[in-house]
Design a protein around this ligand. Structure first.
Ligand SMILES: [Zn+2]
Length: 451
């Protein structure tokens, strides 16, 4: 993923400490470097760690709990109640489990969008499994009108723990930025405002000023569903993203997440401002809005808008599905996105969304040594003539043999080198069962279970 997109075959990566010293042909690096340790990729594909540009990591723990998270009728609690029902231990357990899954899918970093109540416990879990992450302050929102368009995202219990309150939000804007004072920190901070119409101009401008002052990106959700875009227009007399541009909140360090339902004035604001986009294709599939919203991601990418890929919530899938989901969304609109573009969106563009494009996203000298080795024994790695197509579309979860983060092997032989995976997974199961019991949610499915 260097600027030439060079593929060395056979290739080698030289690592010194936490950084990449050189990348090149195997024979060349063999002559230039005397290695203290050699990790044999055994002919498998070696690539930069994938980066998930938007992942509410704890939502991984609501798999199989809701048939449809947008459904507010059939369960005694909605999705927002489930989010609010977590303890510190639940968040640590869910983050460790989801973190292991990320390693197994070839990811070395994720960006969490401000849905963690206990960021210190979650940061400890990220560090325990050996990943990187970017954390934001808890749910920054100070207007509630737009929830009318997204009822499953609001509940009394969630708003009690994360009040819709301007003073709270202004106080907490920089809550996670203290992490950035350590240059070696694997968990760093940025600013995420919830968005989708729940931020006042005062909050949005303050968040933007805070992010610019501390040189971190500002992310927000916008254009999630057409109904939210309509409520926003009715309230403000202007479309949401166009309004952000008028407010001075959009620039090349601002990242608009989703951007499913934007109109032409919004689209013009994106091009004019140079802002970035995070595309969450599996979330888009789950919304059922294909008939109402115009698909623009392929065109944006062709026109030079930096588009990165995110999972949103991995409840009906896994981060390893994201590039494939993006491929199928684009195909369904007869506006295909090439495999090369998908890999850029999940690596260099996602690193840019994190504001860390100088450190992460590619295998280049000087960057952090976040390196993934795929198993050459995986049947889906063959015929093997096109490694880019292979990585983007056919090698999902299960084909990762080794992961190096910051120069350290954290996953090898298909296993974590740092934690007992069974313990981590068992803790996540127990935590979900206990949360369901506290909230009165019946986890039994429709089919009879015979013990
Ligand atoms: Zn989100």
């Amino acid at each position: 993923m260097d600027s030439e997109r060079a593929i060395f075959r056979p290739g080698a990566v030289a690592i010194k400490g936490s950084r990449i010293a050189a990348v090149g042909a195997d024979a060349d690096l063999g002559n230039r470097f005397e290695a203290r340790t050699t990790l044999d990729a055994d002919g498998g594909v070696v690539h930069p760690g994938l980066i998930d540009a938007h992942n509410h990591i704890v939502h991984t723990s609501c798999r199989g709990v809701f048939g449809n998270i947008h459904d507010t009728g059939s369960s005694p609690v909605n999705f927002a109640d489930w989010k609010a029902g977590v303890t510190e231990d639940d968040e640590a357990a869910a983050t460790a489990m989801a973190g292991l899954e990320m390693l197994r899918c070839g990811f070395t970093m994720f960006i969490e969008p401000g849905s963690l109540f206990s960021t210190d416990a979650a940061a400890a879990a990220v560090e325990r499994v050996g990943l990187r992450a970017l954390f934001a302050p808890l749910y920054l929102w100070d207007r509630r009108e737009c929830f009318e368009a997204m009822p499953a995202l609001e509940s009394r219990s969630l708003m009690a723990r994360a009040p819709v309150d301007r003073a709270r939000c202004l106080r907490q804007l920089d809550a996670e930025l203290h992490r950035n004072s350590h240059p070696e920190a694997r968990v760093r901070g940025y600013v995420f405002v919830y968005g989708v119409g729940t931020g006042s101009p005062v909050l949005l401008q303050a968040a933007h000023a805070c992010a610019r002052q501390h040189d971190v990106p500002l992310h927000l959700h916008a254009g999630y569903v057409p109904e939210e875009a309509e409520v926003y227009r009715a309230l403000n007399g202007v479309s949401q993203v166009a309004h952000l541009n008028e407010l001075g909140v959009l620039d090349e360090h601002t990242v608009v997440v989703h951007a499913n339902a934007l109109d032409e004035t919004d689209e013009a604001a994106i091009h004019e401002s140079g802002c970035q986009i995070v595309w969450c294709p599996t979330a888009y599939f789950s919304l059922g809005i294909g008939g109402q919203a115009r698909f623009m991601m392929a065109e944006r990418f062709r026109r030079g808008v930096p588009v990165a890929l995110g999972t949103d919530g991995a409840f009906d899938g896994t981060p390893g599905n994201t590039m494939q989901a993006a491929h199928f969304v684009a195909q369904s609109f007869a506006d295909p996105v090439p495999a090369e573009a998908l890999l850029e969106m999940q690596t260099v563009n996602a690193a840019a969304a994190a504001g860390l494009e100088a450190e992460l996203g590619s295998l280049e000298p000087g960057k952090r040594a976040d390196v993934v080795v795929r198993s050459p024994a995986a049947a889906e790695a063959y015929p093997g003539n096109n490694p880019v197509h292979q990585l983007a579309l056919t090698m999902g979860s299960g084909s990762v043999a080794m992961v190096v983060v910051n120069g350290e092997v954290v996953f090898s032989g298909g296993r974590s080198t740092r934690v007992d995976e069974q313990d981590v997974c068992h803790a996540a199961s127990t935590s979900v069962a206990e949360r369901a019991q506290r909230l009165g949610v019946d986890l039994a499915g429709d089919w009879p279970t015979i013990n």
